[in-house]
Design a protein around this ligand. Structure first.
Ligand code: PGA
Length: 257
């Protein structure tokens, strides 16, 4: 299965100059790189999606959103719909990120509605799951993750489920520079694949990409992705530094099997 690296640029790139400089530097680093068979996705803030799509001419680089609402249109002040992102040329959207869960009280049920709407509009949902530090200390991580998956995937057909990308992002590892061991990540992958196999059968379970996210850096990319048997990574802070982001991409690309 072709691996994938996703950059979550979060609420950054505040000016047009900053945005243009980022894109220029990204293109330059990508051109220099030896990346061949790797899907690359950049998720800028919604206000930059149109510009990123227009300026991105590379076939294996796609653009995604960071969040959507679950309706297509209407009186939902401040919200952005999957249909809007799709029509601007985005192909992916992050759903249920831990920062959305923390600051905007998003639940698994909300994520499920958003995943369904993304699929309906032809966007690939990148569904984030992961336990908090408290869940982990209480030994509840498997139960919490299983619940996030079962509720997030509720009433989604196997044909549609196969295209969803899941990012395992332990909340305590996001923005903290603390990362799990390879075998801890692998255990979560096994748990997820078991749930998918039970719900949809082995063939579909094999197709659902499972990524790792949380403090990914070039120095740890092999540990959290290749050694852990993951299908790629979701990168936050390091994706803001094109040079570092592409370094991570090269490591993952070189370690594909
Ligand atoms: P980080 O963020 O790489 O800065 O820890 C990851 C994420 O939130 O997706």
């Amino acid at each position: 299965m072709q691996k994938i690296i996703i950059g979550n640029l979060k609420m950054n790139l505040l000016t047009i100059a900053e945005r243009d400089q980022y894109l220029e530097s990204f293109k330059k680093e990508l051109k220099k790189s030896k990346i061949s068979d790797l899907d690359v996705v950049l998720c800028p803030p919604a206000v930059h999606v149109e510009n990123f799509v227009k300026k991105n001419k590379t076939k294996n680089v796609a653009i995604g959103g960071q969040n959507i609402f679950w309706e297509d249109r209407g009186s939902y002040t401040g919200e952005i719909s999957a249909a809007m992102l799709k029509n601007l040329g985005a192909q992916y959207v992050i759903v249920g990120h831990s920062e959305r869960r923390k600051y905007f009280s998003e639940t698994n049920v909300d994520a499920n509605a958003k995943i369904k709407n993304a699929l309906k509009n032809g966007l690939v949902p990148i569904y984030c799951v992961g336990e908090t530090k408290e869940d982990r200390e209480a030994g509840n991580e498997s139960q919490v993750i299983a619940e996030q998956i079962v509720e997030g995937f509720a009433d989604i057909s196997s044909a549609k489920a196969a295209s969803i990308v899941v990012a395992y992002e332990p909340v305590w590892a996001v923005g903290s520079d603390v990362i799990p061991k390879s075998d801890e990540i692998m255990q979560v992958k096994i748990l997820l694949k078991r749930i998918f196999a039970d719900a949809y059968g082995i063939t579909v379970a094999e197709k659902i990409k499972v990524l790792y996210g949380g403090s990914v850096k070039a120095a740890s990319a092999k540990q959290v992705c290749t050694d852990a048997g993951m299908d790629g990574v979701l990168v936050g802070r390091e994706s803001l530094i094109p040079n570092e982001f592409i370094k991570i991409a090269e490591i993952i690309n070189a370690n594909q099997f």
